[in-house]
Write a protein of this length. Structure first.
Length: 382
């Protein structure tokens, strides 16, 4: 059937071409189909359909198909070689919203590759993308936030985004009633703050912005929670902003999320807690709220990113008197093998954390009635 759909794209019948493109749009939700379309050489005729800009129905089908096919990195690379990104950028204006949703969705996927982000910028695609953040269509806003966030990884693009008030617009979308829009905006804010000049002062210019961020930690949406935690990890790099976050109760709210089973939330939560430990007695407060024991359980995950961020925050929490050595005991058996990791940073964080746990344990032994920790005296061989 895939071969027949691709053949239909090459037909002289415009209506048939549009229907085949729309069918591929639906079918390309499946990962296997995305591979097959490329193997049947279906990418070339799809890109060719983009040139008939006034045929909105056909362009909608073609852009939708390109969007879903771009979920495959090999296809995204092929679309770059076929000059599809230039065509997509040209469709960011004077198109109905159903077409724009697909165009921006395709650009958000393509922008995950550095070369593609550069093309979007050079084709003057950043300004129209930022302008779309002012619209109200929910699916379009979700896709636009993702596209802007992906483009923000390019420092030159980030400069344009900031010039066009893109970060301010993203922050305003945190107030949107739709959790998907909130999650997309928070996700985009993280790379923006990472790559913009003077992120601390920029954040402080948003009146009520930090209170809004902390308030979203009460959301019922796991995606919102995860991406807001990611944003907090970036915001907390600035001491003044971290102080304000602390005043708004960020420590307690983060602590309440430590029993999550979602890997993305686990990873960003650890990053946020790590960042927030840098102010006043926040580290001790996290220990008081009992975050160490549930976070230690994150180490059993098979997700490398979660494991890496977990070790990093445990190393931070194991300093001083923030953690009880007994609470850390569950992490020891998982930390020991990580000292031999090929990841240098993971190796060092694991070793430092074990050293801190040992010091905690030894100090507890001096206390009457303390029991020695299991594994505490084990020799670590890297």
């Amino acid at each position: 059937m895939v071969g027949q759909l691709v053949e239909g794209l090459r037909s002289e019948n415009k209506q048939l071409q549009g229907h085949c493109a729309s069918a591929i749009f639906k079918c390309a939700e499946d990962a296997g189909t995305r591979d097959l379309i490329r193997k049947f050489n279906g990418l070339v005729p799809l890109v060719a359909l983009l040139r008939d800009k006034k045929n909105y129905e056909m362009v909608q089908g073609a852009t939708g198909a390109i969007w879903k096919l771009s979920l495959n990195p090999n296809n995204a690379t092929s679309f770059r070689e076929l000059k599809a990104i230039q065509e997509l950028v040209s469709l960011l204006q004077d198109q109905p919203e159903p077409v724009l949703i697909n165009v921006v969705g395709a650009l958000s996927e393509c922008a995950k590759q550095e070369e593609n982000r550069e093309i979007i910028r050079k084709e003057n695609g950043i300004r129209p993308l930022v302008n779309l953040l002012t619209l109200t269509n929910v699916p379009l806003l979700v896709n636009t936030t993702m596209a802007v966030g992906a483009c923000a990884l390019d420092k030159e693009s980030m400069h344009i985004i900031n010039e066009r008030e893109g970060v301010r617009l993203l922050w305003s979308l945190l107030r949107n009633e739709n959790p998907e829009v909130q999650a997309g905006a928070a996700c985009a804010i993280s790379p923006c703050l990472e790559n913009v000049a003077n992120p601390g002062s920029l954040v402080r210019s948003f009146v009520g912005g930090l209170e809004l961020v902390v308030g979203l930690l009460s959301s019922q949406s796991t995606a919102v929670l995860a991406n807001v935690c990611g944003a907090i990890a970036q915001i907390g790099r600035d001491q003044e902003n971290l102080a304000v976050l602390t005043d708004h109760g960020v420590v307690k709210k983060l602590a309440h999320l430590c029993h999550t089973h979602d890997d993305l939330l686990k990873s960003h939560l650890c990053e946020a807690i790590h960042s927030c430990c840098g102010w006043a007695d926040n580290r001790a407060q996290f220990g008081k709220y009992g975050v160490v024991s549930p976070i230690s359980k994150f180490l059993v995950t098979g997700n490398e990113k979660v494991q890496r961020s977990t070790v990093k925050v445990l190393n931070q929490l194991s300093k001083g008197n923030a953690a009880n050595a007994t609470h850390m005991q569950g992490a020891i058996a998982h930390l020991v093998p990580l000292v031999g990791s090929d990841d240098r940073e993971l190796q060092e964080d694991s070793a430092n954390c074990l050293s801190n746990i040992r010091k905690l344990g030894l100090s507890k032994r001096l206390t009457k009635g303390s029991r020695p920790l299991k594994y505490l005296n084990a020799k670590v061989i890297s």
